[in-house]
Structure formats: C-alpha cells, structure tokens
Design a protein around this ligand. Structure first.
Ligand code: PLP
Length: 445
C-alpha cells in the first residue's frame, strides 16, 4: 500500500518544493531514511483525517487484532492511552486503574481531573508483577460506579490477565475495560491473544517490527470511536512520521509471514527453557508469555543487576534488571545464534555461582490518598530530605525505572511503609527519580 505507492512516486521524478526540509539531499547521511521521509503531499492521505491508504491500513490492523476499528498512532501507546481515557471519561470522572499502570495512564488522570482509585497487584516469588487482586477488583466495582477500568496485560514481565473473567465483571458493573496491551502487539501470532476489552492500546515497536514509537488503538466499543479519533488528532503530532507509517505498512504486508517466524521463535524458546542450570532459574508459567524471558537470581548469591553485568561481559544486552531477576525481550526477529550465545553465557555464569536462598519482602503499599493528583499539582512545592518527609503529602510522582510505574503519586501521604519501600529500592539499585534523597512535598497554594 503506502510503500508501493511511494516507490512509484519516487520513480516519477517530482521535485520537492514542500516539507520536510531535508529534500532527500545527498549531503545527509545515507543510512538515515531522508529519501522516504515525506508529508501529506497529493495522493498520500492524512493520518489525522484519513480517507484512503490509512483507512485501508487501519482496516487490515482491525482484522489482525479481531476488533471493529483500529486507529494508528505514530506517537506510541502513550498518545493512544491519553486519547482513550479522555474520550471515555468525560461525564463520569471515576476511574479505576491498576496501581502498576504506566505513567501515561497517571498523566491522563491528571489531565482530565479524574477521581482515581487503585487495584492492588499481586507479585510472583521474584516480585515480578503477575496479576491483579481479583477480590479487590470485585469489591471496588461494587462500591462505586466507575466509568472505566484500566489494566495492563501482558505486564512488562510477560504475565497475562484473565481478560474473559474481568471483562464479564466489567459489563455486569457497567464499567468500560481499557486494556494497556503495549507489550502484547505480537499476541495475535500466538494462542494467548484475547480480544475481551472495550478498547486496547498496543505498541508495534515493542514486540513486532514497526519503528519506534508506532502503535495503535484497537476499538470494540464503537460508541467511543469518533471521540477517540478526535482525541488522537489532539494528542498526536500534526505531522505524523511517514517513515514510521511505512514501517507499519510493511509490518501489515508481511504479517502472514510472521506465523512461521513465530514457530521458529517457539522452537528457540523451547530449547532455552530446557537449559539445565543449578542456581539461575528461567521462569515458566502457563499464564506467562514465554518470549519475555524472566531469569531469576533468587536462589543464587548474585542479584539481577549482577547478572546484568555478567551478561554484558559476554556482550549480551538485556531489557532490565531488578533485585531478583533480569528481563530479556525476544521476538520473531531473533536468530538462533543469539539464543546460543545466551545459553552459553547463562551456563558460564551459572558455573560461577553459589547457592543462597534470599528471602526478599518488597511491599508495594498504596499510600493513603489525601488529594486527587490534579488537585495536588495545584499546590506549591518544596524539596525535603526523605528522612524529613514523614507525614507530608507528595507533590510529585516517584517512579521506579524501568518500567516507570509510580510508587508514590501527588496527593498521597508519605508514611513509614512507603519510606521503607524507597530505602529498599535504593539499597537494591532500583532507579528512582529521587535526586540526592530529596522529595517534593506540597505546601500552601
Ligand atoms: C505498560 C506500558 N504502557 C504504555 C507504554 C507507552 O508505550 P509507548 O512507548 O509506545 O508510548 C509503555 C512503555 O514502556 C508501557 O510499558
């Protein structure tokens, strides 16, 4: 579609007296895609008001994800999440979100002055986010009429939620289910995909082939289609990248050939998961996407960040490390040689280790909410040392990176529990956005 049209167009020899300013110039680097960077010229449609090629691409995406409509984002899942939450939560401002939601969900709550309640999360024995607390969900949905529930599945660590059960519950309680499926764009290639949601948002750049930060909003509930579309034109750039769009086009065109690639990936993963290790453990779980490789260091004398360093010695770069595990992303584009290198490196490292059963107890408490996020940010702030912040109200988010989920939100009370969580995280080299142990608390308006 888009790529073919552009190939034809480039052969026709038009001179570009239009944007972008790079003008396909030969002075510029040849390994950057200047030649294929264009704008809404004649015959090339407009993403924010599509009539032709982009409508066709969105229809093909809707077929792939088995939904009624898809809207392409060249600004990541971030703009899809902002648009969806704004479109849905106009009249009823009560929203229920998974506490471990991505910061874009929290930003949407701030921007739309929403009244936020949280669903507790459940972690596995490595302290990776595994599930939500279903009892908590049932109770909260009964307590109040929430316009929307926002959940993340798969989690960053690859665990999947039982969407059928949750969606049924949402419908019984008249609450819309918004699914942050940023880490699950590849799921339609597997038996793990479930389209039980009202709206989902997915990032193609994370687990498929399209360039960073390509994504889409996937819509089942057509009541909100027009309003989400309108909001996408607000939160997206008015100059969507045609280079990104071409990469989405290629992904759609080649999607059929991705099936056999997924079979290759599964074979490589089967091989990896069979690896016999004495101390390190590759976590396998029926509720988990195996392509997200979680390697536990819990029964060894090293931490996740030590394992990260040891893997780097063998020139293996990972996605992230936590005190008890490392996380590696594999996709259909990985090659056998990459898996062999990983297996050899894990064997070498495992041979260096000793047995040590560490018991970690990281609590992720939800602090008491004193003000809504949007209310708290109206107050002035001052910076205080962590040790002097007890009993004060946070004025800023404190995030753990990666993946960037808040541990403390503006308007929440800083209590002993949250302070000991910070101490634990800092001691275990989890990166928090706290500079020199100072935290912003609110003072008068
Ligand atoms: C759970 C989750 N949702 C949403 C996003 C935002 O995705 P994007 O980078 O495509 O904007 C991320 C990014 O890391 C994420 O981890």
């Amino acid at each position: 579609m888009l790529n073919e049209n552009l190939d034809l167009y480039l052969n026709e020899g038009y001179y570009p007296f239009h944007m972008p300013g790079s003008k396909r110039s030969k002075i510029l680097r040849s390994d950057l895609p200047y030649r294929r960077d264009l704008t809404e010229i004649y015959g090339f449609d407009n993403l924010n008001d599509p009539e032709d090629i982009f409508i066709q691409m969105e229809e093909r995406l809707a077929q792939i994800y088995r939904v009624n409509k898809a809207i392409i984002s060249t600004n990541g899942s971030t703009s899809g999440i902002l648009s969806t939450i704004r479109a849905l939560c106009r009249d009823n401002k009560n929203i229920l979100i998974q506490r471990s939601s991505h910061k874009s969900v929290y930003n949407a709550c701030e921007l739309n002055s929403l009244n936020v309640s949280y669903i507790n999360i459940v972690t596995d024995e490595q302290l990776a986010i595994k599930d939500i607390d279903h009892e908590d969900l049932e109770e909260k949905l009964k307590e109040k009429n929430y316009q929307a529930l926002v959940l993340t599945s798969p989690s960053y660590e690859g665990y999947l939620l039982n969407l059928k059960r949750i969606y049924k519950l949402c419908r019984e309680n008249n609450t819309k289910l918004i699914l942050d499926m940023a880490h699950g764009s590849h799921l339609p290639l597997t038996s793990l995909y479930d389209n039980s949601f009202d709206v989902a948002i997915t990032s193609f750049h994370k687990n498929l082939s399209a360039l960073t930060p390509s994504a889409a909003v996937l819509i089942n509930d057509m009541e909100y289609f027009d309003e989400i579309k309108r909001n996408m034109a607000i939160f997206q750039t008015s100059s969507p990248s045609y280079v990104i769009l071409q990469s989405i086009d290629e992904m759609i065109e080649k999607f059929k050939s991705f099936g056999p690639l997924y079979t290759n990936l599964e074979n490589n993963l089967d091989d990896l998961y069979k690896l016999r290790l004495d101390y390190l453990k590759i976590i396998d779980d029926p509720e988990k996407d195996r392509s997200i490789i979680l390697i536990s260091t819990k029964n060894s004398n090293i931490s996740g960040s030590d394992l990260d360093k040891l893997l780097r010695e063998d020139k293996i770069e990972i996605e992230m490390s936590y005190p008890n595990y490392v996380l590696l992303i594999s996709t259909i584009f990985d090659i056998k040689d990459g898996f062999n290198r990983l297996k050899n490196s894990l064997r070498r490292i495992d041979g260096l280790l000793e047995d040590k059963n560490k018991s970690y107890s990281l609590e992720l408490p939800i602090p008491q909410k004193k003000l809504e996020i949007y209310e708290a940010i109206d107050y002035k702030k001052k910076l205080v040392k962590l040790e002097d912040s007890l009993g004060k109200i946070a004025r800023e988010f404190v995030y753990a990176y990666p993946p960037g989920s808040p541990i403390l939100a503006p308007g929440e009370l800083i209590d002993e529990k949250i302070l000991s969580t910070f101490t634990y995280m800092l001691e275990n080299n989890i990166h928090l956005n706290i500079k020199d142990e100072y935290i912003a608390v609110l003072i008068d308006k």
